[in-house]
Design a protein. Structure first.
Length: 103
């Protein structure tokens, strides 16, 4: 076996924290939870159900963004790819393997 390497399918997963999260994901989730805890301390027991959902929304949104989905790292990565595809360059330039490169 000369220069034959087998790369496991989950080799990218080993670069993630706990197999799911990047440092940016943990920062997003931590900030969302911190904001939610601060709001819970400020409005401790004088809120109704609607206000409670509004107070919990930073943590819920952050958890939604870092939620793992199949074929993508997480929903944040999926949304980033959708935005980059939608707003990105529409004209594709040929750069193939042939000698003339399509000219």
């Amino acid at each position: 076996m000369k220069s034959n390497y087998l790369i496991p399918a989950n080799s990218k997963k080993s670069q993630l924290i706990l197999g799911f999260f990047t440092p940016v994901d943990l920062i997003i989730f931590g900030v969302g939870c911190t904001i939610t805890l601060a709001l819970l301390f400020v409005f401790n027991n004088k809120v109704n159900m609607g206000a409670l959902l509004l107070i919990l929304s930073p943590a819920l949104i952050a958890a939604f963004l870092v939620l793992p989905v199949p074929n993508y790292h997480n929903i944040l990565q999926l949304l980033t790819n959708i935005i980059m595809f939608t707003l990105g360059r529409k004209r594709l330039y040929w750069k193939g393997w042939c000698i003339k490169d399509g000219k």
